[in-house]
Design a binder for this molecule. Structure first.
Ligand code: GDP
Ligand code: MG
Length: 348
């Protein structure tokens, strides 16, 4: 006897409107247009260092944004510029290869204030390096600086003629205006698929990388002209607290060296009576404690390493290598501070 359900039609395959999406996004553009500010705005945590000085970002940083709709993995590239030395060349190569490997490129520019309808030739030159079949979203940043809205419209119109963009988004990264819209557009452009990284991961970079960056940020904030660009920071020792709960042992101890290009810069970084170095150390320690979510002890030294940014072997030593050593999964990566706090509260 046939079963009663045998004649029922097979259930239809339903489309999955709620399937998650995930993909990689490269942030590309001239130095100082606000790429790092935008990344920090998207992530809601200050992960990439920013400053008013150009060429602040030297390396590729992945920031990861996971929401119920999916996961976007961002690569913040160094701004493309005319390379004057080996470090500069390395930065441009990184930007180019990151752009072609990503699912979507976010090309960031800022509003031209002098000739509003003008698209800068440097922007067009960078745009040309992106393969034609690559999806590109154009972000015009710093619109908070424009008083006359028709000027902005003229500017956007000249950009629209430059390439077939997947979307064109005016934004103020600083005021977090337009960030939600960009997030939504990007989620629509990346493929459906499973998460690329665990849900609570914020970056695939190890914590020690960010601590070195925080020290560099303090130097960028506190010094001028050629000093910030002649500086590299290495982490010499990174001691995490052991499992025991005595107060002294719950401190993360980090020993690091600030490398300067010239002997004369050493004195400036140290400052009269060691005051400058003390301020750099305190500023970086406070930020590192927020990042790690626990007390930090920083031991900072200054060393003169002349010509480091033109010496290929030194660049590798100082962490600006060709990435060959980056394949190993880092031991500890930056988890969301919120999730670390949640876990700590649950353990109590
Ligand atoms: P990047 O070199 O492209 O990564 O640029 P940064 O993110 O380091 O920003 C460069 C400078 O532009 C910093 O001083 C930022 O505060 C500033 N900036 C970034 N976004 C905006 C914005 O939307 N409006 C204004 N007025 N300034 C911005
Ligand atoms: Mg940057």
């Amino acid at each position: 006897m046939p079963s009663e359900t045998a004649d029922l039609p097979a259930p239809k395959k339903k489309p999955r409107p709620n399937a998650r999406r995930s993909g990689t996004i490269a942030l590309l553009g001239r130095p100082n247009v606000g790429k790092s500010t935008l990344l920090n705005g998207l992530l809601g945590e200050r992960i990439a260092i920013t400053s008013h000085q150009p060429q602040t970002t030297r390396d590729r940083i992945a920031g990861i944004l996971t929401t119920p709709e999916g996961q976007l993995v961002f690569h913040d590239t160094p701004g493309v510029h005319n390379a004057k030395n080996r470090l500069g060349q390395r930065m441009n190569e990184l930007a180019g290869s990151t752009a072609s490997a990503a699912d979507v490129v976010v090309f960031v520019s800022d509003v031209g204030l002098t000739v509003p309808s003008h698209v800068r030739p440097e922007d067009l030159a960078i745009l040309k390096t992106i393969p034609e079949n690559q999806k590109v979203v154009l972000v015009i940043n710093k619109v908070d600086k424009v008083r006359e809205k028709p000027q902005l419209m003229d500017h956007l119109a000249s950009w629209a003629a430059a390439r077939d963009f997947a979307a064109l988004i005016p934004m103020s990264a600083k005021k977090r205006d337009g960030i939600q819209q960009l997030h939504k557009v990007l989620l629509d452009l990346v493929p459906q698929g499973e998460l690329l990284y665990p849900e609570d991961e914020l970056s695939d970079r190890p914590v020690r990388f960010f601590v070195a960056e925080l020290v560099r940020e303090q130097i960028l904030m506190r010094t001028r002209e050629e000093i910030p660009h002649g500086v590299a920071v290495t982490i010499d020792a990174y001691e995490e607290p052991s499992g025991t709960s005595t107060k002294k042992k719950s401190v993360t101890r980090i020993t690091l060296t600030i490398h300067v290009d010239k002997d004369s810069h050493k004195g400036i970084i140290i400052g009269a009576g060691g005051k400058m170095l003390q301020a750099i150390g305190t500023g970086a320690r406070e930020r590192a404690e927020r990042l790690i979510g626990a007390p930090v002890h920083l031991d900072v030294k200054v060393r003169s390493t002349p010509g480091w940014f033109d010496d290929a072997a030194r660049l590798v030593d100082l962490g600006y290598g060709d990435g060959a050593g980056e394949k190993k999964k880092p031991k500890r990566t930056v988890k969301s501070v919120k999730s670390a706090k949640k876990k700590a509260a649950a353990a109590r």
